[in-house]
Design a protein around this ligand. Structure first.
Ligand code: ADP
Ligand code: ZN
Length: 216
């Protein structure tokens, strides 16, 4: 099964992707996580991406396309994947459609939620500096303040979760990524997911869509 998750920052698509990937025994490919890893390791790709990621702008298409293409060719991708955070522009969507079998998508899920809700979610978001697990100061507080429940790593506020950068990321999403909803709709691949409500409620909506696809 090859899936793409679209949605504004903070909509919870990463957390849903993680859960679904376990259920389907496929891997989640998050370009955001890959870029942050490259930045913290000081790799060349990371150096190129750093200023864009930290200010909430998109990293150049050429760079992300190159990273994703290489990743999707690896052996562990052959049962499928969930692309989380890619494609984000028309050029990326076109490039994906030309990646041979990897570009043959089964379904694209668009996670949708009120914008005011997103801003409050993102500004309260805390991320584990070691394993990238996501917390929220109010809605999903860790057992011990600023410590990851899973790995004991220190929780941090991502630079791009500061409030001015959050608004920039929402602006960029609307301008660059929103047109992909129509792009995939016209190809008969899109399902809208109401992303309001609890994690479990949203997860059931995701399963309903993916389950229908599995039976086909
Ligand atoms: P979110 O969806 O919450 O904004 P991500 O972790 O998906 O967070 O992405 C963080 C940042 O990484 C983006 O703001 C952007 O700078 C960069 N990035 C991730 N994926 C892409 C992509 N497909 N194209 C360009 N930039 C990307
Ligand atoms: Zn952790």
């Amino acid at each position: 099964m090859r899936l793409v998750f679209l949605g504004m920052p903070g909509v919870g698509k990463g957390t849903q992707a993680k859960q679904l990937s376990h259920e389907l025994h496929i891997l989640q490919v998050s370009t955001g996580d890959m870029l942050r890893a490259a930045i913290s390791k000081g790799e060349a790709n990371g150096k190129e991406a750093k200023s864009c990621v930290e200010s909430g702008r998109l990293v150049p298409d050429e760079l992300v396309i190159r990273i994703v293409k290489a990743r999707l060719l690896e052996e562990d991708m052959k049962n499928g994947f969930i692309l989380d955070g890619f494609p984000r522009t028309d050029a990326q969507a076109d490039a994906l459609s030309q990646m041979g079998e990897s570009g043959q998508l089964d379904r694209v899920l668009s996670f949708e939620m009120d914008e005011e809700m997103l801003v409050s979610r993102l500004s309260g978001r805390r991320t584990c500096s070691k394993c990238e697990e996501i917390y929220h100061q109010i809605h999903r507080a860790p057992k011990q303040e600023m410590i990851c429940d899973l790995c004991g790593g220190a929780l941090i506020q991502r630079k791009d979760d500061h409030s001015d950068t959050v608004l920039e990321r929402l602006r960029v999403y609307k301008k660059e990524t929103m047109p992909l909803i129509a792009y995939y709709e016209s190809r008969g691949l899109l399902s809208h997911i109401d992303a309001n409500g609890t994690f479990d409620a949203v997860s059931q909506r995701v399963m309903a869509v993916v389950g229908a696809n599995l039976r086909k």
